[in-house]
Design a protein around this ligand. Structure first.
Ligand SMILES: [Zn+2]
Length: 123
């Protein structure tokens, strides 16, 4: 992920109630912002324990428009978003209205969804 996409992904997660994990190394183990710490010292396979911890505390990548659509659908905002971002505005059928450029350009749907969730869309 580029840093811009990562920053947008973090913001989108925050706006949609998805926990974002920030892992850092503290003293003798990895700790995550969600409160978890890696259990490698108690494991027979410390490297596998660290790998599993990193996997479990990795973050979603919303570069793909489908991932953004999935989240907006899960929180019940998809129809509203589609009407807002749709070129035709008046329709409400999501299968007709998502502009092709949002799907074609990685990260563009994410940027649009962040703007939508922040309520900054004025047109
Ligand atoms: Zn975590």
């Amino acid at each position: 992920m580029t840093s811009e996409i990562e920053s947008l992904s973090r913001e989108f997660a925050k706006l949609t109630g998805i926990e974002w994990h920030e892992v850092s190394y503290k003293v003798d183990r990895y700790m995550c912002s969600c409160g978890a710490s890696d259990p490698h010292q108690e494991s027979n396979d410390p490297m596998a324990a660290i790998r599993n911890f990193m996997d479990a505390h990795s973050n979603p990548d919303f570069t793909d428009a489908r991932e953004v659509i999935k989240v907006l659908d899960e929180i019940g905002r998809l129809d509203e978003f589609v009407v807002t971002c749709g070129a035709l505005g008046k329709h409400s059928r999501e299968d007709d209205l998502i502009p092709v450029r949002y799907v074609k350009t990685p990260g563009l749907m994410l940027a649009e969804a962040v703007t939508f969730m922040k309520g900054e869309k004025n047109d």
